[in-house]
Structures are given as structure tokens and as C-alpha cells.
Design a protein around this ligand. Sequence first.
Ligand code: FES
Length: 190
Amino acid sequence: MSEEPIAGAKIDQPIDKCKEELKDENRRKLITNTAYSAAGVGLACAILPLIDSMNPSKDVVAVSSVEIDVSNIKVGEEKTVMWRGKPIFIRRRNAEEISAAQNAQLSELKDPELDSARVKAGKEQWLVTIGICTHLGCIPLNGQGEYKGWFCPCHGSQYDTSGRIRKGPAPKNLEVPPYEFKSETLIKIG
Ligand code: FES
């Protein structure tokens, strides 16, 4: 009685030859995988410098913040400095300007904001704003207009001594940038 062949088995092929073919197959897979891995590593090596070049340079990181010595700004005066390509107004307000800013009624304001939310507690004499009109981006003039804050000559917007919009087409107050006092006379912007 003859034995039935098992499905899939190459009964007329020597077992050693089958083993050899299996080894070859595994070797092929190994070589293919290694080639893909090497290609992956090569690609990563090629891309890394590109990714690195997309990070901000040390110069750019350095100017992302600026430190300003404000000791030479007298009461009632203002200094303009540049930060990230924008003018920054640093104003040392006098008592009258502080009082006017604090006493304004929120109901009178187009963009209601308390003066205390725009300055640092205990440093009410210092107002720091981005010197760009919120209408169409002109640079307002210091100490002018009905509110003695800033007047924008382009279309007549008027800001008060807290940099808040009071009249004219500008929709928002002058923006307050991120800043902190590093000491009594040193402000870090950014
Ligand atoms: S840009 Fe300042 S009022 Fe238009």
C-alpha cells in the first residue's frame, strides 16, 4: 500500500536541498532588511543637517529678547527701542499721567482694560508698549492728542497715557509686549 503525499511537501526533493533554500531565503531577507536600514540611516543623516538649519540661529535667539537700561529715562520722558523688528515705547509716566490712566472709566473705553492690567504692580510709572498703531500699523507720536498719550498721524487715532485707544479708527489698545524687570533699572523684553 502506497503512502499518500502530504499536501505542500516536496517529497521528491532531498531534505538538505530544502534546508539550503531556506537559508538562502533568510539571507536574502537579511540583506534586503539591512539595505533598507542603511538607506534609512543614510536618509536621516542627510536630513538632520537640514532640520538643524531650520532651528533659529544663536544670533536670532539672542535678539528674541533685549535688556534695556532705563536709568537714563527721566520722569515724563520716553525711549523707543527695537525688539524683533518692532518699535517698543518705554515711557516713564509722571504722577499726572498715572492718575489719568488709573481714573479712566472702563465704560469710556473702546477696548476696556484697566491700567493696572497693563503695567507691573509697584512699577506704575513704567508703561511698555509696542509702538505700532492697531489701525493700520503707523507709528504714533508720543505725548500728543487730547489724551496726552499718543497720536497717530496717519488717520488720527488717539491713545491715552495707558496706551489705550480713545478716539479714531484704531480698534485696540497699543499692545503690551512680554517683559519683566530684572532690577530696578533693567527691563528685559521678550
Ligand atoms: S494707522 Fe494709525 S490711525 Fe490709521
